[in-house]
Design a protein around this ligand. Structure first.
Ligand code: GTP
Length: 367
């Protein structure tokens, strides 16, 4: 993580969008919102909060909706993180734009101040302070962080002119005109947020940005090539956790040294087991002799029995992977049991508490 290029005295307010249901990450998000899922040993948001603070953010308004009370339980008033955290909850979800407008009621800054807005499911190495600097220097209404991806069709595609002005905002189009996409971190003038209609469902991607562009407002793109990942799918989530453990993205919230794996309190790994690729071995986990675990997340209290193989997978709290079972790119819900000899692959999801009998499944999808 680069250090802020602004003086230490430059402090900002931010809005963090954390009200989504995280449907693509079910069953992990059935009881825990996506931004609170354990990621490299701490709740996902802990990484974002540490980063925001390092770039001068001091006050953060959480825009909550789904399982809202769990956020305050996790982070309280933010003082232990050197932050002032407040919570604004939507009774019914207002969409990204409506949520930003609702959360803005808790901002203390004036209409001309820049306000940072972050999606609560992004890992990014970009320089937030530099994004704010560009926004302020160019006098923009909004400045969007942009990143390049191989397949932009799943994201908001954002073409820009040579001077960085955003010329269109094409949300999830099958024929993207550029690989440059909306990276989910915005700087808004406070007055622009206040112009979003209050108490209504509004999409910042489908309504606010296209509306600003059509009105001739200066909407800038802030492009860079630093680490970036949207952790909205199981494959991306497990990748993000592993990258943090491996140190591909620096995080001050990582509760241990970077390395091939992160061992949390009371976890045991047999000397005859192979564990690596940025695996998180949760508190009280047991990885037994002859097991192989690569690039995965093992939830607290999980057990990987002798000879089992777990690759690029998420194993829920208290789940058990029995002898000889093979998991690749799989989500195993809390407390589930994968009986001996089962082979699961290609995005299979096992729901919490389910038990698979011995050798009952080979390469299935959802169970
Ligand atoms: P999926 O259901 O898997 O698409 O995930 P999601 O619900 O998180 O939706 P998406 O990834 O599109 O949301 C981007 C960010 O906006 C996430 O950080 C969400 O928590 C947040 N978000 C989406 N909709 C709302 C909303 O209605 N209210 C609030 N407060 N946040 C929202």
């Amino acid at each position: 993580m680069r250090k802020s290029c602004l003086p230490e005295s430059a402090h900002y307010e931010a809005i963090l969008l954390v009200g989504g249901q995280g449907t693509r990450l079910r069953p992990l998000t059935l009881f825990t919102p996506k931004p609170l899922l354990p990621t490299a040993g701490v709740p996902f948001l802990a990484h974002q909060l540490a980063k925001a603070r390092s770039f001068g953010v001091r006050r953060i308004v959480f825009a909550t909706s789904y399982r809202a009370s769990m956020f305050a339980d996790a982070f309280g008033d933010g003082s232990s993180l050197g932050l002032d955290i407040v919570y604004m909850t939507e009774e019914t979800p207002l969409g990204t734009g409506g949520a930003i407008r609702n959360a803005a009621e808790a901002l203390t800054c004036g209409p001309d101040a820049p306000v940072l807005v972050l999606n609560g499911d992004i890992l990014s190495g970009h320089d937030i302070a530099d994004q704010i600097r560009v926004h302020v220097e160019r006098g923009a209404s909004a400045t969007l962080h942009l990143t390049e991806v191989d397949d932009p069709s799943r994201f908001g595609c954002v073409p820009t002119s040579p001077d960085g002005r955003v010329t269109a905002f094409l949300e999830k189009t099958p024929n993207p005109v550029t690989n440059r996409i909306n990276a989910g971190c915005y700087v808004f003038q406070r007055s622009v947020i206040d112009s979003i209609p209050a108490g209504q469902v509004v999409s910042v991607e489908r309504e606010t940005f296209p509306g600003l562009i059509e009105a001739g407002e200066l909407v800038l793109g802030y492009s860079d090539a630093s680490y970036w990942l949207d952790v909205g799918t199981p494959a991306a989530f497990v990748r993000g956790s592993a990258d943090l453990v491996l140190g591909k993205l620096e995080s001050h919230a990582l509760p241990g040294p970077v390395g091939e794996f992160l061992l949390l309190d009371g976890a045991t790994v047999s000397p005859e087991a192979k564990v690596g690729g940025g695996t998180v071995v949760g508190a009280g986990v047991s990885v037994e002799a002859g097991a192989s675990v690569q690039g995965s997340v093992l939830g607290d209290g999980a057990v990987v029995e002798p000879g089992a193989t777990v690759v690029d997978s998420i194993v829920g709290t208290g789940a058990r992977i029995a002898t000889g079972a093979v998991l690749r790119d799989v989500v195993v819900g809390d407390g589930a049991v994968i009986g001996p000899g089962n082979e699961l692959a290609a995005g299979a999801r096992v729901w919490p508490g389910v038990t698979l009998r011995e050798c009952s499944v080979r390469f299935s999808s959802d169970v």
